[in-house]
Design a protein around this ligand. Structure first.
Ligand code: SAH
Ligand code: SF4
Length: 341
């Protein structure tokens, strides 16, 4: 099997080229992979032909292949991307005036068993490599002619998987995505969302190059959170909030709390008031999302009036936004990503 180059840092490419090659050759390969976003090694025209062919004997670029592309009436595009071992993951492009957001996966499936999420039904197949995480961004960007003006692009790790259970690959991918000699996306424009793997939150905070942190709260009491997200029986709400208070925010940064509203379950006025109390001392924003329904999900979407009432209460105390469902017609919305064969 040829080895993918995507995922490698400059010094690793240098090692592959061998000691006989001058340093600028490794830089040319790095630039071609991460800045020019080439799809094939033959496109690296700056390399001498012999070197290019030698490299191609044992290596590929390693971009995930686009297996299927689904287009929503609202402009959202969902991608089924095929990895080297034949497994597939999903990524979603959400174009908006002035900015594009790519939602990527960090694992094939997910080992966390949230009761309202379709990815949970798959279980975990495997972790993605850093190259596969970066590759999702580059494949989707290539397909849409993005990254030419890289600064408009936002990346959210909110597709399939729990990023903090694949932290080394997520961090390496973040370093590659933010490198100004490569892809060059600002760390302010990359966000990771977690179900709340507490020990990993501190680890993330200690990293010099890291995405912004979003936390899936989804309930206003310990009991309800344990019911909806059984993993939180291990990682308690009070400890999660302690970890959030201890988290070293950068001066431009706020925490985001995501809250998926389930009709008649966690969407009352009392829930909203408890959310405000829980988050009172944190520099944070709350993002609400009404449940995206799906087969096998035993919950309902709340009425729009209920969602509005919930938002109105939280907004009195902290910024609180309602995330619009995008691409529901193509099953591209949050929690709907699941491999369909
Ligand atoms: N595993 C991480 C990131 C992927 S899930 C996490 O849980 O945070 C991204 C977001 O989608 C989470 O906030 C999750 O609560 C939300 N989500 C999952 N299923 C959903 C559904 N059916 N409808 C709406 N949001 C959902
Ligand atoms: Fe995994 Fe996130 Fe889905 Fe929970 S909501 S099962 S953590 S992907």
């Amino acid at each position: 099997m040829p080895q993918p180059l995507l995922g490698m840092e400059l010094h690793e490419i240098q090692e592959i080229l061998g000691p006989g090659q001058p340093k600028f050759r490794a830089k040319q390969v790095y630039d071609a992979l991460y800045r020019q976003n080439v799809g094939d090694l033959v496109q690296i025209s700056s390399l001498p032909a012999a070197l290019r062919e030698g490299l191609g004997e044992e290596h590929t670029v390693g971009l995930p292949a686009i297996d299927r592309r689904y287009e929503s009436i609202d402009g959202t595009r969902r991608y089924l991307l095929r990895l080297d071992d034949g497994r597939t993951v999903e990524a979603v492009l959400m174009p908006e005036p002035g900015r594009d957001t790519i939602c990527i996966s960090t694992q094939v499936g997910c080992p966390v068993d949230c009761k309202f999420c379709m990815t949970a039904l798959m279980g975990l197949e495997r972790n993605l490599t850093a190259g596969e995480i970066v590759g999702q961004v580059l494949s989707v960007a290539r397909d849409n002619g993005l990254l030419k003006e890289g600064s408009r692009l936002n990346v959210v790790m909110m597709g399939m998987g729990e990023p903090l259970l694949n932290l080394p690959a997520v961090l390496r991918a973040t370093r590659l995505l933010t490198d100004s000699n490569g892809v060059g996306i600002s760390p302010k424009r990359i966000t990771l969302s977690t179900s709340g793997i507490i020990p990993k939150i501190a680890e993330l905070g200690a990293e010099p190059v890291r995405p912004k942190l979003a936390i899936s709260l989804n309930a206003s009491t310990e009991e309800m959170r344990q019911e909806l997200m059984p993993i939180t029986r291990k990682y308690h709400l009070a400890d999660l909030l302690d970890a959030c208070r201890a988290y070293p925010l950068r001066n431009w940064e706020r925490l985001t709390f995501e809250y998926c509203l389930l009709g008649g379950v966690n969407d009352t006025d009392a829930d909203a008031r408890r959310v405000v109390r829980l988050l009172a001392r944190l520099k944070c924003t709350v993002n609400l999302i009404a449940l995206n329904p799906g087969p096998g999900i035993p919950y309902e979407t709340p009425e729009p009036e209920r969602v509005a009432a919930f938002q109105a209460i939280v907004r009195r105390s902290m910024p609180c936004f309602l995330r619009k469902p995008r691409g529901r017609d193509i099953y591209a919305a949050c929690g709907q990503l699941k491999r369909n064969s």
